[in-house]
Design a protein around this ligand. Structure first.
Ligand SMILES: [Zn+2]
Length: 547
């Protein structure tokens, strides 16, 4: 009898051990992860136009999903390539190395585009537009980690109108990344991924999708007078298409497109095209139908192009969000049918926000003004020449940082720390500059948090300038006198939406402050996979259901 109990005990222990091992070996995961990054979407856009959002788009996300209401970008500058890299790597430019859409390589003095790669070829056309890859990204992405976790059986696809917003999220080991070629209106890729476009991509391109979407021009969805959340249609601070005399509806985009191919991006139909193509990708690659989790990254870029051209208080932006809401609702229904409701994990966030147009600020007696970098650099160079006996010591201002001619400073045996200090002293006295910071020692600069940490997080020794310029709130670089831009530390540029929905997600929200870097860490927990190689984010426990 005693022997029997010993046997029973051993059997129970072994049995329990076996079942735990089995549970660990086959973790529960969704069939598909879909990450949608809405370009230039400020957090408040979830609510600003909500009275006319339908039940199936943004309102479905908030009604079914889990919203992290206080998600902040925790580095500078708040630009597209940097945001996409951070979302999918869980780390900051100092570590992932994507310090801007472009940057100056401090060792060679050459300008670098974030995804440019001269060693690869365009696939789908003969232009330079496809000579792109993720090689400048210095760490793995969450999508790379999923691929490695499944021994590369997971399929990972990145889609955007913009090369950088398709390539960087999909990572180094992606199955594919596709972006739009303006000249042909076709999606293309690079030989980094494949040597010929898949048949389903050729078939999609052959349907003349751009021409079809713009055939009716761009009219407002509702009567113009009902756009009460926006400034009236004709504003001098709005940009306009070359062939238009004023920035007002209707925009005869089908005619404008004949002479300016890139104009398609500056319409809400760019988002429609992106989500249509994403649908074809799900079908073409049978995403969510395999034995392991697949991952689709989508960037809706037209919100950014429209925002840059017209600013966030335009009827054009309101109409773009109302149309995106409809497009998202249709896309969610497609995923419900194709993958099954509850079988896919979806998240929606943004790569950065946007400032108000300067014209809008002035008109409403709010603080804000243009800052023009070129004359600023010229006058700084004159001042430095008087002090150090050498002209043009500052090569350029990029990403709100000064790039110095390090080669000449070395050759002439000039005192670089003294030059940086003189530059800081000069810049601090200029209107619209809140702080100028020597990036060799940001810790000693009299700059409050969170700006100080954001500066440090954004600084990469060979890919950043040497002095940072922090503009006063509302001030922006004024290369264009119309529309708007982003890039600053301020909440309008850095407070982004973050909503999870679907597989493993309960309904709710939190206002606990979280960072953009926490997104990848949270996905790693949800998927039971390793965090990306440079990840410094923390899992958002509220999303995991165990606060
Ligand atoms: Zn962007």
């Amino acid at each position: 009898m005693k022997r029997f109990f010993v046997f029973l005990l051993c059997w129970l222990c072994l049995g329990q051990g076996y079942s735990q091992t089995a549970a660990r070996l086959s973790p529960s995961r969704p069939k598909l992860v879909v990450a949608i990054v809405v370009d230039q979407m400020r957090w408040d856009f979830l609510y600003r136009f909500a009275d006319r959002y339908g039940p199936g788009g943004f309102n479905r996300l908030l009604g079914e999903g889990f919203s992290c209401e206080h998600t902040m970008i925790n580095y500078l500058p708040s630009y597209t390539a940097v945001g996409h890299s951070t979302i999918f790597t869980g780390t900051v430019p100092s570590i992932h190395g994507i310090t801007g859409n472009d940057w100056t390589d401090q060792l060679s003095g050459k300008q670098v585009y974030c995804t440019a790669d001269s060693t690869v070829m365009s696939v789908g056309n003969d232009s330079e537009d496809g000579k792109m890859s993720p090689r400048n990204l210095l760490v793995t992405t969450i999508t790379d980690e999923l691929r490695m976790a499944t021994n590369f059986r997971s399929r990972v696809v990145g889609i955007s109108l913009k090369d950088r917003a398709a390539i960087l999220p999909a990572g180094h080991t992606a199955t594919a990344a596709f972006w739009l070629d303006d000249a042909s209106g076709h999606f293309i890729t690079s030989s980094y991924y494949m040597n010929a476009l898949p048949e389903w991509v050729r078939a999609f391109n052959n349907t003349q999708p751009v021409e079809k979407l713009i055939s009716g021009g761009w009219h407002t969805l509702y009567p113009l007078s009902s756009y009460i959340q926006s400034d009236s249609d004709a504003q001098s601070y709005e940009g306009r298409f070359k062939t238009e005399t004023s920035p007002v509806f209707p925009h005869e985009i089908q005619k404008i497109y004949e002479t300016t191919r890139g104009s398609f991006r500056q319409t809400p139909f760019g988002n429609t095209l992106t989500l249509d193509f994403a649908r074809s990708a799900v079908e073409g690659y049978h995403l969510g139908k395999g034995p392991v989790t697949d991952f689709l990254t989508i960037n809706c870029a037209s919100t950014d192009y429209v925002g840059h051209m017209y600013g966030p208080n335009s009827v054009e932006i309101e109409d773009t969000y109302l149309r995106l809401d409809r497009d998202l609702a249709a896309f969610f229904v497609f995923l419900d049918r194709q993958i099954g409701k509850g079988n896919y994990l979806l998240l929606l966030t943004a790569d950065h926000g946007v400032a108000h147009s300067i014209g809008y600020m002035k008109k409403n007696r709010l603080p804000g003004e243009f800052m023009n970098a070129k004359p600023l650099v010229d006058s700084l160079n004159r001042s430095l020449a008087e002090m150090f006996g050498a002209d043009r010591l500052v090569r350029s201002a990029m990403n709100n940082q000064l790039n110095f001619d390090l080669g000449r400073i070395q050759t002439l045996h000039l005192d670089f720390p003294a030059i940086r200090k003189a530059s800081v002293d000069f810049l601090q006295r200029q209107p619209g500059i809140a702080y100028a910071v020597d990036l060799a020692s940001p810790g000693t600069a009299p700059v409050p948090e969170p700006i100080k940490t954001m500066i440090t997080n954004g600084y990469h020794f060979t890919r950043s300038g040497s002095v940072a310029i922090i503009a006063s709130p509302g001030w922006m670089e004024g290369y264009a006198k119309t529309g708007s831009t982003h890039g600053s530390w301020n909440p309008y540029d850095t407070h982004i939406p973050l909503v999870f929905m679907g597989w493993g997600i309960h309904h709710g929200n939190t206002s606990r402050p979280v960072n953009m870097t926490d997104i990848a860490a949270t996905l790693a927990e949800l998927l039971h996979i390793q965090m990306p190689s440079g990840c410094i984010g923390m899992p958002i426990t509220e999303v995991l259901g165990n606060p």
